[in-house]
Design a protein around this ligand. Structure first.
Ligand code: SF4
Length: 481
């Protein structure tokens, strides 16, 4: 799931924090998305009731996942589709390769799908000599840049128009103006030719409707519609939890998704298809494969502490309010899924704290993510649970364990705590400049390298409290008289 085989958390954070453009672009985009969500949800007047409904629907599905999965599979097969259950990302990739091998196709057009990012499909297909074209404009941009998405809804939010023009120019073979109409026209022309010549398309799936075997995709560019109607063969990839029982629940979830993701009442294109193509249909794939990915979701389902994370509908609202994500963007996390939900699900999907144990510390635990989540996942609680589990499982360093042991010992005793504060207030002048603490020993220096701290008060509150208490009592006595 990494950006590359080399990932160093401090290096990644340092790089992101020094990139003024990235920070400005990320803040601007997340502000726009967050404000859009707030405005559009306020207009409903009863957003909390909608959230409650969303939570109930998703909980019901997660708790009865075996039933709804069976129902979905049965209906897809009844309609003539082929269902493939992939236990691991490698299985999902292999299934896809087999389909390509069977037909001998050498070109595929995709519409945005986080699942294909999760299983790292593109590089494998490319190694097999298949040309892979991402048809979502932002995905197309980052595909050319050879970067993973930096946000699940706005994958190229960290790129400006000049950078995009620079990326497009080698393909165009001539200089391009960096205005939006020129760039979109260029991308559209490239895409159109591919849409018309490809025989196979790969799409994601926002929700699969269990009682009909229908798959739903929401896009704002219509590319999902082209990919799911023009090619002869279609592969749809979905995580095993992305199911709704029927169209009734789907309407609630689509409302929650569009409003939370982009601040729209509904996405521009909401495409519901029940492939494959039947007699009399004017378009649609003749052959349809639905690949349902587990990738440790079964383990999450069996884990009471983290089961609620399966409610996620990948709207990205938690990203847009997270004070950490808003400063560093998605690439600094090193994982395919970033932001608060990425912190929660990455160590679970990968079942690996050794590699992904840095993620639960990418959070201030302010709980804005939980408040923004349309299906009320208690993200900040889950992040604390990860930290807790890592301590219990012994993933913390020996030094950290010692520090917290002594910290607990001294700071739980009021007498020693007071002596430490007094000591600090006496010697803090060594670290101060202009009335603020400006340099500190490690690990405090990580903070003081970029920020200052207020000094410890002198005298400390505990020293003045007895006199204050006395004064208060005297004043009370005076009032009575
Ligand atoms: S955790 Fe909630 S807010 Fe975040 S992406 Fe998932 S549904 Fe959206």
């Amino acid at each position: 799931m990494s950006l590359s085989n080399h990932y160093d958390v401090n290096e990644a954070l340092d790089k992101a924090l020094k990139d003024d453009f990235l920070r400005m672009a990320t803040r601007r985009a997340t502000d726009r998305l967050r404000n859009g969500r707030i405005n559009i949800t306020n207009e409903l007047g009863n957003w909390e009731e909608w959230r409650e409904a969303g939570e109930k629907i998703r909980n019901h599905v997660v708790e009865n996942l075996d039933y709804y999965l069976n129902q979905l599979i049965e209906n897809v097969e009844k309609n003539g589709g082929h269902v493939h259950l992939a236990k691991t990302p490698e299985d999902a990739v292999k299934i896809t390769q087999e389909i390509f091998k069977k037909h001998g196709y050498k070109l595929v057009v995709k519409s945005k799908s986080m699942i294909t990012e999760e299983i790292h499909l593109n590089p494998v297909l490319e190694e097999d000599g298949i040309e892979v074209v991402e048809s979502d404009l932002a995905e197309y941009i980052i595909q050319i840049a050879k970067e993973p998405p930096s946000h699940i809804i706005v994958p190229a939010m960290h790129k400006n128009r000049d950078q995009i023009a620079e990326l497009f120019e080698p393909i165009a073979g001539h200089p391009l103006e960096s205005d939006t109409p020129t760039l979109t026209k260029f991308a559209r022309e490239q895409m159109r030719e591919k849409f018309l010549s490809t025989k196979i398309g790969i799409t994601g799936c926002n929700f699969a409707v269990a009682d009909t075997g229908t798959v739903t995709m929401v896009t704002n560019e219509g590319n999902g519609r082209m990919v799911s109607t023009l090619p002869d063969v279609q592969i749809t990839m979905m995580g095993m939890e992305r199911i709704v029982p029927s169209f009734k629940e789907l309407s609630v979830m689509l409302n929650l998704l569009a409003r939370s993701a982009t601040g729209q009442r509904l996405s521009v294109y909401t495409t519901m298809t029940t492939p494959p193509k039947r007699d009399g249909d004017i378009d649609g794939p003749k052959e349809w494969h639905l690949v349902i990915l587990d990738h440790n979701r079964t383990e999450i389902l069996g884990d009471e502490d983290f089961r609620s994370s399966l409610r996620c509908i990948r709207c990205g609202a938690c990203f847009n309010v997270c004070p950490v994500y808003r400063q560093v963007g998605g690439h600094a996390y090193g994982s395919v899924y970033s932001g608060p939900i990425g912190i929660v699900i990455t160590p679970l999907l990968e079942q690996d704290y050794k590699r992904w144990g840095h993620l639960p510390y990418f959070s201030s635990l302010c709980a804005s993510c939980s408040e923004a989540c349309p299906v009320r996942i208690p993200l900040h609680d889950l992040i604390v649970k990860h930290r807790d589990r890592m301590v219990v499982k012994g993933y913390t360093s020996g030094l950290e364990k010692k520090i917290f042991k002594y910290y607990g010992h001294y700071f739980s005793n009021p007498k020693t705590l007071r002596s430490f504060i007094k000591l600090g207030s006496k010697f803090q002048f060594l670290l101060m400049k202009n009335g603020r603490i400006t340099k500190g020993p490690a690990p405090l220096s990580n903070w003081t390298n970029s920020k200052t701290l207020p000094p410890i008060a002198s005298p400390i509150f505990n020293d003045i409290w007895p006199n204050l208490q006395k004064e208060l009592q005297e004043n009370k006595g005076g009032e009575k008289e």
